[in-house]
Design a protein around this ligand. Structure first.
Ligand SMILES: [Zn+2]
Length: 87
């Protein structure tokens, strides 16, 4: 008999597709951040010269569109924003 049943933590596999409240360096507040779309990832890949951009998300407040990773608010010296029209 197993008496010690620790609360199972649900797998985190869906978390990357859900909007998250994160601090935004240009808004100065905690805002909802969206995962990037296919087109936005393609743009970011070209911009950063990086192939792996799954960890990035963007601020969903108004026209902010500031990019960060889920873990790091300031990824670059200057803010990076997804240009309008890339959705
Ligand atoms: Zn923002």
């Amino acid at each position: 008999m197993r008496g010690l049943s620790v609360c199972a933590v649900p797998a985190d596999s869906d978390s990357m597709t859900e909007p998250r409240h994160l601090s935004c360096r240009t808004c100065g507040t905690r805002e909802s951040h969206r995962p990037l779309t296919v087109n936005q990832k393609a743009w970011l890949r070209g911009k950063l010269k990086e192939l792996y951009v799954e960890e990035y998300c963007m601020c969903a407040k108004g026209t902010c569109r500031n990019v960060r990773t889920y873990n790091t608010e300031r990824c670059w010296p200057d803010p990076l924003k997804i240009p309008p029209g890339i959705d």
